[in-house]
Write a protein that binds this ligand. Structure first.
Ligand code: MIG
Length: 885
């Protein structure tokens, strides 16, 4: 708020270039504020693979300022910069390979980052660097001649108005123990006018200009029934912004966990071009420029400039800093059935049986807060769940799992062990007077575990040990909700900023990290309960940069309306671009009752999204997939089966997310970075590089308008196996049966030949490959395979990573990673080649090693140009070739 008073203009900061020091790690110098004379220390370093880090802190702070811990996976490896120029008022440093130059102008202080002569980014060029230095509280200050001035113009009244030492929110008084400490800075992105990222909100894909309205806000809040098109932040925050133009993608990662605002303004500026001949006058052309202003309530300025240059490079760079997506256990990519609440053991049994009766696959049934004894997490309601172990044994027999909810608030009840232990050990967040902070939540009066404390996380994780968590078994996994944290009747329904955490840090410093830490503690606890052997599954509502390492996130309390189905696509794309691939929205919409058509459309969309869970509110009518008439049941069954058949592809994509930081669900522009028409597309998306999915989000739609990008591309209808006429915008007729999905020419998609009751029933089901040819009649694809649940893929290299290549009418299967070994008897049963030019005369298959060639049965459909090869029985495990003559 105060910071907003600073308008663009000449910066009051001046760099003291005499103070420059250069070391192996960084370049350091000081800057001074011309009015208050406070010195700031600036540190710039280059991190391997095109990342620059800029840190600004007070040169001599009154006390240490908060620096976000635990988000970076390691101290980044820096590269030595070299000083290439230092003259009056200017300093230029270059990267080792000389690709990048950083120019520092002393007065006013400004920095510019160039890549091979092209200015990509400038900093403080609008003079919005802002840094409130820590001060003594007014009452402690001795009136000296020097600060008398300051004292008079910052009279008590004025200070309160600006909220320096305390601020009122409705009936809440926020006492700022350490006074004002906000920081901020502006960045100008040259040539960019498409910006993305900074989840989470119920908003469009492209970030909008904020100059005539509210700034984007990053402040984790529990917002029930969040409104569509709102800049306010909801449950999670990732302070990563991406900017894209046809030949370059750049990223800004602002590492700060306090309340943060982002202002964005795009404009056209004139660029002077030096013309070829001196006789000609310089020409001008308008180029876009996007100004991004970050403002945080507290902490320091610690910002990573991700230089790409491609979007995939940005994802890798961000993962290099914050980690990649955890590889999910395979079951968690199946369908999840949730509701608030499945009442009791009988209910669970009946719902489970319902899936078998209706022949619908599913993997996990969920229990919401009512399963506990009075909202005491880690316990069971003894009447409704008399024998939770037996219930889990029954589910286990069906090869299915259970997920239970575990919230971060703890009921104040001295007879509840979790509470009394945590209280004795001092594990709760404190209020500003040093008492355990108490707030109201589901159980009534509650305390909040201080997950920022590593000891608390350890202890909390240990609560998941089978011995400690009575009634739990190894098919039980966890859901962390309400971890923004949600505090009923709290300011904005969350914890007061002046609450106190581990090491005396105020809540305001760590707010956006609270959920991140709970999920971390939970995931690590689940790993430990299996002695490090099994992959955990933890769903969280609140998140921060790096949460991808601990599991999945969902978009919280959406509403059963068409608009929410539609907006869920850009919401999930934005979360995906911020590193969190494993994300989903409640299928059907949490609040209210979807009309059957909406529910059907939501299942069809969800089946092609990373985390696939049906969920509904307590007040909503029951919503199991078979309750909406035979026809709708049939269509939903088909959608869920398509999901299960697609799992080999999806699991492979998750392996890529895990190892190479490629988002599973991605906006079109990432695959087609040079095609401007894709930059704003948010009603369809790519699942990996091979599938384009266009969910139907309108009632009674007869047709949808689909963009098949890339003039040199061939696209195929994924179900009809037929080549689409031409790329471009096509009007595609739709029925209620399914949604448009297309396979891109040049790709191979591995599928299962059929779906079964759950993922575990499908282990031995054979594979089918969809080989879609491009204009050169080539295609390439992959299959990743392991036991689906343990860490053996990592520790013992027990996995298979295969590659399928179609070239010159030969489809070959080879190994992508020789270091992996995994035994399976599974075979590739069928291959369909899409877009095959003409009827072959013969087809032979030959496994390498045994050298025997055998004839392959095939059928060729002249109408669709699809060639189907059957009864192949080629081992997934072995190298082989199929030759088409
Ligand atoms: O304020 O646990 O978003 O999925 O069913 C409601 C009950 C609390 C909010 C979650 C929702 C969950 C519900 N929870």
């Amino acid at each position: 708020r105060r910071q907003k008073l600073l308008r663009p203009g000449k910066s009051l900061y001046r760099a003291l270039l005499d103070s420059v020091t250069l070391s192996d790690e960084n370049v350091k110098f000081q800057i001074i504020h011309e009015e208050n004379k406070v010195l700031l220390q600036v540190e710039v370093c280059e991190i391997e693979s095109n990342i620059f880090r800029l840190k600004i802190d007070e040169a001599a702070p009154l006390r240490a300022r908060y620096k976000v811990p635990d988000v970076l996976i390691k101290e980044p490896t820096t590269q030595r910069l070299s000083m290439s120029q230092k003259e009056a008022g200017i300093l230029v440093v270059s990267s080792v390979n000389e690709d990048y130059r950083l120019k520092v102008t002393a007065n006013p202080f400004e920095m510019e980052l160039q890549s091979k002569g092209e200015t990509v980014l400038s900093m403080n060029s609008n003079g919005l660097l802002y840094f409130e230095h820590l001060q003594q509280p007014p009452s402690d200050r001795k009136p000296t001649a020097e600060n008398e001035d300051a004292a008079s113009d910052s009279s008590k009244e004025k200070q309160e108005n600006l909220g320096l030492w305390q601020e009122k929110f409705g009936s809440f008084l926020d006492i700022k123990a350490h006074g004002p400490s906000s920081v901020g800075m502006d960045f100008s992105l040259h040539g960019f006018d498409h910006v993305y990222g900074i989840p989470q909100r119920t908003e469009a894909l492209l970030l909008k200009n904020t100059s005539d309205g509210d700034a984007y806000r990053l402040y984790n809040l529990d917002i029930f029934g969040h409104k569509i098109h709102d800049k306010i932040g909801i449950y999670g925050s990732v302070p990563l912004l991406l900017a894209h133009k046809p030949n370059r993608t750049s990223g800004i990662f602002w590492l700060n966990s306090s309340e943060t605002l982002v202002d964005i303004s795009t404009k056209a500026v004139a660029e002077h071009m030096l013309s070829g001949s001196a006789a000609e006058t310089a020409k001008q052309r308008a180029v876009p420029l996007t100004d991004v202003r970050w403002m945080s309530e507290s902490g320091i300025i610690d910002v990573f400039l991700l230089m790409g240059p491609t979007a995939f490079d940005i994802f890798k760079q961000f993962a290099q800093l914050t980690g990649t997506q955890a590889l999910p256990p395979l079951f968690s990519l199946g369908y999840h059935q949730c509701r608030w609440n499945y009442e009791d053991e009988q209910d669970v049994k009946a719902v489970d049986a319902g899936f078998d009766e209706h022949d619908i696959p599913y993997d996990v049934i969920w229990l919401d807060i009512e399963h506990t004894d009075g909202k005491r997490y880690f316990t069971w309601d003894k009447k409704k769940f008399q024998n939770p172990r037996k219930m889990q044994e029954q589910l286990r027999k069906k090869k299915r799992k259970l997920v239970v909810i575990v919230d971060p608030h703890v009921k104040v009840d001295p007879t509840y062990t979790l509470y009394s232990q945590a209280k004795d050990k001092g594990y709760f967040v404190k209020d500003r007077n040093g008492q355990d902070f108490e707030g109201i939540c589901w159980p009534g009066s509650s305390c909040y575990l201080d997950f920022t404390n590593p000891e608390v996380r350890r202890w909390y994780g240990d609560q998941f040990a089978f011995k400690t968590y009575k009634g739990s078994t190894n098919i039980l996994f966890v859901w962390n909700d309400m971890n923004e944290p949600s505090v009923f009747r709290g300011a904005e329904l969350t914890m007061q900023k002046d609450a106190v955490h581990y090491n005396n840090w105020e809540h305001r410093e760590v707010h956006n990290l609270y959920g991140f830490y709970q999920q971390m503690a939970t995931a690590e606890g689940l790993i430990r309960r299996s002695s490090g052997k099994e992959r955990p599954f933890v769903l969280t509502r609140s998140f921060f940069a790096g949460s991808q390492k601990y599991g999945a996130v969902w978009t919280g309390d959406n509403t059963a309306e068409w608009g929410y189905l539609k907006i869920s696509i850009p919401m999930l794309l934005t979360i995906s671009m911020a590193g969190i691939s494993f994300c989903g929205a409640d299928v059907g919409g949490f609040i209210g009752d979807p009309e059957p058509e909406l529910l059907v459309r939501w299942y069809q969309a969800g089946a092609y999204q990373p985390f696939f869970r049906g969920h509904s509110n307590m007040k909503s009518k029951r919503r199991e997939p078979w309750l909406f008439g035979e026809k709708n049941t049939q269509i939903i069954r088909e959608a869920i089966r398509e999901r299960y058949v697609l799992l080999p592809y999806l699991y492979t994509l998750f392996y890529r997310a895990h190892t190479a930081a490629e988002p599973v669900m991605r906006p079109l522009w990432i695959e087609f970075p040079g095609k401007i028409e894709t930059f704003g597309v948010e009603n369809e998306y790519m699942l990996g590089n091979a599938l384009l999915v266009h969910p139907v989000t309108e009632r009674e739609a007869r047709a949808v308008s689909v963009l098949l990008p890339g003039s040199e591309e061939i696209w195929y209808d994924f179900r009809k196996l037929k080549r689409m006429e031409d790329p471009g915008i096509l009007k595609i007729p739709v029925t209620l049966e399914n949604i448009p999905v297309f396979q891109r020419g040049g790709t191979v998609i591995p599928l299962k030949t059929r779906a079964e009751k759950s993922t575990e029933w499908m282990t031995d089901i054979s594979y089918e490959l969809h080989v879609a040819l491009d204009t050169e009649a080539c295609a390439i694809g992959e299959l990743y395979l392991d036991d689906g649940h343990s860490f053996q893929y990592l520790h013992k290299k027990q996995f298979l990573y295969r590659k399928f290549t179609f070239h010159k009418n030969i489809l070959s299967s080879s190994c992508t990673d020789e270091s992996g070994q995994y035994h399976t008897t599974c075979v590739v049963e069928q291959v369909i080649v899409l877009g095959f030019g003409q009827q072959p005369t013969s087809v032979t298959a030959c496994s390498k090693g045994n050298g025997k060639e055998k004839e392959v049965v095939f059928t060729y459909d002249t109408k669709t140009s699809a060639l189907t090869l059957e009864n192949l029985a080629l081992s997934v495990y072995a190298d082989w070739e199929i030759c088409i003559n």
